[in-house]
Write a protein that binds this ligand. Structure first.
Ligand SMILES: *Cc1c(COP(=O)(O)O)cnc(C)c1O
Length: 414
């Protein structure tokens, strides 16, 4: 039987496993803790080549007890694409792109919600709710649909319309919110007792961090059980950073990998950059008790409603600690840099979301500044694809319309 407990990432207190309320009394976040010795005795990396490429190939390191409760749509197992042409042009060692847009819901949110919804099923939950800039809503909607759980999703009204439209298609009760993602979260909290839904927002339950952890496990496996030197990740609430950091600590504890931790780089968009501000002011919040929500209202918020637009990450001190301890950094890129990066990735055959594009822009910035070194093995995350963010028809409407080859020739002549 799998041994799982919770451990506080701030004060290290242990608690029995539970399905929600991940806040420790000290204010830190509770994370799932496994009996690594027991896992080391029963799970070996030599078993992996015989398993399916889904993220559940690492089920020993995931919190679901009975495999019958796994809710899967084929998540994980995404390609790690090497980019040799740019490697030669840039002052770095190796450059890879992790193609997370190829997940079943078109973003890496599939991983987190496959794990979270599996835990909801295990706990016998019938109703779940999430505040989201879009992709989390779509992923909850899809996985809840698959599991027969009722989903309620709350999305700021300026979020990409195609992502929003996909939620009712998966059968979710879908609501737009006049405000930001934390305002959507407030609605869910206010209704929790009366509506009986479980909040699966970032760090509200144990599954999403564990699901996103599989990005780190998979990456290490794809790199021959080594870590990259640098991970450049578009950060919003930060569950992906926490997940990958946790993955690498577990792989070290298992003795499967012995190299140094990667340097974690968090990328945000100018105007909504709590991590960038936190990293650049080392004196800020040494106790880790700052009221991040209050701080958020002082910030001008970037107009782009992307997964990075989270003014008040639920555990900013943990994210800052991971970035600092790993020797990483945080970078804010502009809307224009993101747009240019989307074009550069597109020209290489990659449909990149604004968030994925932001990692490319940040990488170029870190090359220019000399922060990336000549031997660095660098991994970027394309967390979703461009199509989900399209304003329907915009690009297509400006294209020439032909009735014959003569029209084509005339067009070319213009
Ligand atoms: C949610 C999201 C992010 C941010 O991920 P976190 O792990 O929550 O910080 C980045 N990109 C996309 C496409 C997202 O949907």
């Amino acid at each position: 039987m799998k041994q799982r407990e919770l451990i506080c990432s701030r004060c290290s207190v242990r608690q029995p496993f539970r399905y929600h309320n991940m806040k420790c009394v000290c204010g830190g976040t509770l994370l799932v803790d496994y009996d690594i010795e027991q896992i080391a005795n029963t799970f070996s990396k030599t078993a992996l080549p015989y398993r399916s490429p889904s993220m559940w190939r690492y089920h020993e390191l995931l919190p679901v007890l009975d495999e019958a409760n796994i809710v899967s749509l084929g998540e994980g197992g995404t390609p790690l694409l090497r980019m040799p042409a740019w490697e030669r042009k840039l002052p770095l060692g190796q450059l890879y792109l992790k193609r997370e847009e190829q997940n079943p819901t078109g973003s890496f949110k599939s991983r987190g919600f496959s794990a979270a919804v599996s835990l909801l099923k295990e706990a016998g939950v019938h109703k779940a709710a999430v505040p989201s800039n879009g992709n989390a809503a779509g992923a909850l909607a899809a996985y809840a649909g698959r599991a027969g759980i009722e989903a309620y999703v709350f999305i700021p009204q300026d979020c990409p319309p195609l992502i929003v439209q996909e939620c009712p298609l998966y059968g979710a009760h879908t609501f737009l919110v006049d405000g930001f993602i934390h305002d959507a979260g407030t609605i869910i909290e206010a209704g929790a007792a009366e509506q009986g839904w479980v909040n699966v927002g970032t760090l509200k339950e144990p599954g999403r961090v564990e699901g996103k952890k599989t990005m780190g496990l998979e990456l290490a496996e794809q790199l021959g059980w080594t870590f990259p030197d640098v991970i450049i990740y578009p950060t919003g609430g930060g569950s992906g950073i926490i997940g990958m950091w946790k993955a690498y600590r577990e792989l070290k504890a298992l003795g499967w990998v012995s190299c140094d931790m990667p340097r974690f780089v968090c990328v945000q968009e100018v105007g909504c950059q709590p991590l960038v501000d936190g990293v650049s002011s080392p004196a800020a919040d040494p106790s880790g008790t700052a009221d991040t929500a209050a701080a958020a209202f002082k910030q001008p918020v970037a107009p782009n409603p992307t997964g990075m637009r989270v003014p008040a990450p639920p555990d900013l001190p943990l994210l800052l600690a991971i970035v600092r301890e790993s020797g990483g950094t945080a970078v804010a890129v502009s809307k224009e840099e993101i747009a240019e990066a989307t074009r550069q990735l597109g020209a290489q055959g990659i449909s990149a979301s604004p968030e994925g594009s932001a990692t490319w822009a940040a990488m170029l910035r870190l090359c220019d500044s000399g922060w990336l070194r000549g031997q660095d093995r660098v991994v970027l995350f394309n967390t979703s694809h461009a199509m989900k963010y399209a304003q329907p028809g915009d690009a297509a409407r400006s294209l020439p319309v032909l009735r014959s080859y003569t029209d084509f020739v005339q067009q070319q002549g213009q």
